[in-house]
Write a protein that binds this ligand. Structure first.
Ligand code: ADP
Ligand code: MG
Length: 268
């Protein structure tokens, strides 16, 4: 990770260069298995990944590869069996419940199925994470309106999700994920239920958010085009193993792993 390299470094930045080299999300040797009907299913078989601050990082894999399990281990909705998840120097597996609650506020998550509260308005959906954190009404109101404008829903605040399109529903999901001003956005197949045109508009929004807010985005998908269009770096996940990782352009131009080659051949 060397974001400072893009511009001229000052002396103090050079002094801090070791800091700049550190990955922002550092996943080390993560394993996770489930026991289903007495049988042990190994889902993550030693995943290691380094993601830099401010990156848009893609993880591509077929259905069942373990993508969602990996995402859930990163925000500790799942507890891995072994390995470490270090975010900004903090090992999130070592946190107490209250520390974890605070850490989770740094990670917003969006899903294929949107996971909205259907009985709540757009406003209430976006306000929800602020309300449970106890943010005062006035501040909450300001933040909801501010973030609704970012995603283009300022005119829809009193609507219910059922009356909106898929793209608008995902915009609610994004606004809700961003309400607490997180540093990381985890996107698990967030465009997989959307048509190509709507997918494009959501990906544009994510790119924009990455640029203007400096959010680190982890984009998990089975869709090759989504990875190619959006990410700067990527990893290929196959059957619980990372078979290849690197710059997206390099992997698309010259995949090294058998899976990478297969993926590009079959799905492009
Ligand atoms: P992906 O998101 O790449 O499609 P998942 O991480 O959802 O893959 O699932 C990987 C494998 O782990 C699948 O075989 C799935 O059935 C299994 N799995 C995921 N979560 C659980 C769970 N909570 N209990 C049992 N099996 C699970
Ligand atoms: Mg999944």
């Amino acid at each position: 990770c060397n974001n400072a390299a893009r511009r001229k470094r000052t002396m103090s930045e050079l002094d801090n260069s070791a800091e700049a080299e550190k990955p922002y999300i550092d996943i080390q040797n993560l394993t996770k298995s489930f026991t289903v009907k007495g049988e042990r299913l190994e889902v993550l078989k030693g995943i290691s990944l380094s993601i830099c601050k401010g990156d848009v990082f893609g993880i591509i894999g077929l259905s069942g590869a373990g993508k969602s399990t990996l995402a859930r281990c990163i925000n500790r909705l799942e507890t891995p069996d072994t390995g470490r998840v270090i975010i900004d120097g903090v090992d999130i597996l070592s946190l107490s419940k209250s520390q974890l609650r605070r850490e989770r506020q740094q990670i917003g998550m969006i899903f294929q199925t949107f996971n909205l509260f259907e009985a709540k308005t757009v406003y209430q959906n976006i306000a929800y994470p602020l309300a449970i954190r106890g943010v005062k009404k006035e501040k909450r109101d300001r933040r909801v309106r501010e973030i609704a404008e970012v995603v283009g829903l300022q005119e829809k605040l009193s609507a219910y999700p059922a009356g909106l399109s898929g793209g608008q529903k995902q915009r609610i999901g994004i606004a809700r994920a961003l309400a607490n001003n997180p540093d990381i956005l985890l996107s698990d197949e967030a465009t997989s239920a959307l048509d190509p045109q709507t997918t494009l508009s959501i990906l544009e929004l994510l790119k924009d958010i990455n640029k203007t807010m400096g959010l680190t985005i982890l984009l998990i998908t089975h869709e090759l085009d989504v990875i190619k269009y959006t990410t700067r770096n990527m990893a290929v996940l196959e059957d619980g193993v990372i078979s290849e990782a690197g710059r997206t352009g390099d992997i698309f131009a010259n995949p090294n792993s058998a899976t990478g080659k297969m993926f590009l051949k079959v799905y492009s």
